[in-house]
Design a protein around this ligand. Structure first.
Ligand code: MSP
Length: 503
């Protein structure tokens, strides 16, 4: 039994700088990774960049630089952004690294030895931006790429093929035996019907491009960029060197819905052929539009995550992306929506609760945490934590946040109804202490639960509650029981967690 959790993001193309779509997948993966660490699992979180292929070659040519120069320039933008957004990845893999090339060749050799690769000729329509071949039928009217709507090119060349057709039955079995192999359900259905529709062998080499990993048996050809790229999930954990088996298979490949086929069909087929275990789950999330419109360079409405983090705050941006839409569905990014959520949910509901609770503890109790009590909020907090775990395990991030906010709402109501200010006036000190302990202890639970989403704010709250350690070292098993706030610990002067914003 492996005691690890392995989560990945797609590796991003370096032909362009990062936008909100990249930030979204990576933030979701970070939320999951931080949550799994909070559950005490040894977690490995991998992200990286996809640097080979015609798309990058073309972009570099247009800029008058080499593809490697382009990659070296853009990769820094991704790494910087992940640092700014508090992404806790354990490694960063680039497909131009020697460790990656080694892994790709090893996988290729295993598949070759299995007899699943043969030489043939390929002719079809090719979309360079999507790095995908399409059949006439798939193109439909106007001969445009069904994925991005752009013009496609006719391509004919000698090519090596992977015998994908051999894997139709094994893939069907995999899907039938593992109803959670692809999530959400609608995506599972999509994959299932695609496999049922029949699988054609897949071209896995290119002659027209030089920018890729040369085939060991035929250096005139380079490997198809998707064959190369998918292997990052293995090269990033050290395959084929010993040790990778402790982490592999991946527990969750997080991807966008546009690249589902590569992950849920081609990738497991390659792995089966090479005699390696397949990932446990592929989760495909939806796409963001911007202010109701498709995001595109030509419309000039591409959302820059650097700018968002600077304008609204890193945690606020992370929170919004996870709270606004149910994970798996499409969503719309609008300035009004993010500002509304910041003001009502973060500043009012959450921020105010923290400020008023701490202010009362300081005013009425000299800032010292009273002895643990067992009020009516105990059940609510424990129940919320249980619910939260179920939802997080299911990647229902939005509903997990809703559950936490329901607890926040209950504590706010509890304060209104117990009215600690009256208890103080009436010198009912025992009841006052009890009431405030209950609120404080709920805030400790809230800090733990929001930590994966908003690590910096959770840490600030943790410190305001008087803890000196890093919240990232906590586990739910150790700290998810009622009564964890030590009596006598001094709470800090509250400072606003989330400033209010104007639209
Ligand atoms: N290089 C490939 C992935 C190889 S993984 C072995 C690739 N890269 S990408 O940079 O084009 O896109 C990466 C991710 O960004 C995809 O998961 C895609 O779904 C996501 N998004 C791109 N635009 C998006 C939105 N507008 N909204 C949400 N996610 C989007 O594909």
């Amino acid at each position: 039994m492996k005691d690890t959790f392995y989560v990945t993001t797609p590796i991003y193309y370096v032909n362009d700088v990062p936008h909100i779509g990249h930030a979204y997948t990576t933030i979701a993966a970070d939320v999951l990774a931080r949550y799994k660490r909070l559950c005490g699992l040894k977690t490995f979180f991998l992200t990286g960049t996809d640097e080979h292929g015609q798309k990058i070659e073309k972009a570099a040519r247009e800029l008058g630089i080499t593809p490697k120069e382009l990659a070296d320039g853009v990769v820094g933008r991704f790494k910087d952004l992940w640092r700014i957004l508090e992404i806790s990845n354990d490694d960063f893999i680039r497909t131009t690294e020697p460790r990656h090339e080694r892994a790709v060749l090893e996988l290729f050799n295993r598949i070759w030895k299995k007899g699943d690769i043969y030489l043939g000729e390929y002719e079809d329509w090719y979309c360079v931006p999507c790095e995908s071949f399409w059949t006439e039928k798939e193109l439909g009217e106007g001969r445009r790429c069904p994925e991005c709507g752009r013009q496609v090119d006719r391509l004919r060349e000698k090519s090596y093929f992977f015998r994908l057709s051999r894997y139709q039955e094994p893939l069907l079995r995999l899907l039938e035996e593992n109803p959670n192999f692809v999530k959400p359900q609608s995506r599972y259905n999509e994959v299932l019907s695609f496999v049922k529709g029949g699988l054609k062998d897949l071209s896995i080499s290119r002659m027209t491009s030089r920018w890729g990993i040369p085939l060991p048996n035929d250096p005139d050809c380079v490997l198809y960029v998707w064959f190369d790229a998918l292997v990052n999930y293995l090269s990033g954990i050290g395959f084929p060197e010993e040790g990778y088996e402790k982490i592999w298979p991946a527990d969750c490949h997080l991807i966008g819905k546009d690249i589902l086929r590569f992950h849920a069909i081609y990738w497991p087929a390659f792995l089966m052929s090479a005699g390696l275990p397949v990932p446990r789950m592929v989760f495909a999330h939806g796409w963001w539009t911007v202010e109701g419109q498709k995001m595109s360079k030509s419309l000039g409405n591409v959302v820059d995550p650097y700018e968002m983090a600077e304008r609204y705050g890193v945690d606020q941006f992370r929170y919004f992306l996870m709270r606004e839409v149910s994970f798996g569905l499409d969503g719309d990014f609008s300035q009004r929506a993010i500002v509304n959520r910041i003001n009502s949910e973060l500043a009012n509901d959450f921020g105010n609760l923290v400020s008023r609770t701490l202010a009362m503890v300081r005013r009425y109790l000299g800032g010292r945490i009273p002895s643990p009590s067992d009020g009516q909020l105990r059940q609510k907090a424990l129940h919320t934590l249980e619910e939260y775990r179920k939802l997080m395990d299911d990647l229902s991030f939005q509903r997990a946040l809703l559950a936490v906010w329901e607890l926040i709402g209950s504590v706010n109501k509890y304060i209104d109804s117990t009215a600690p200010w009256s208890l103080y006036k009436e010198k009912r000190i025992r009841e006052l202490k009890e009431a405030l302990y209950n609120c404080l202890e709920c805030l400790r639970f809230v800090a733990l639960m929001v930590y994966p989403f908003m690590p910096r704010s959770a840490q600030r709250l943790w410190e305001m509650l008087g803890f000196r350690n890093g919240i990232e070292g906590e586990t739910i098993d150790k700290s998810g029981t009622w009564g964890g706030l030590p009596e006598g610990q001094e709470v800090a002067e509250p400072t606003p967690l989330f400033p209010r914003m104007e639209v």
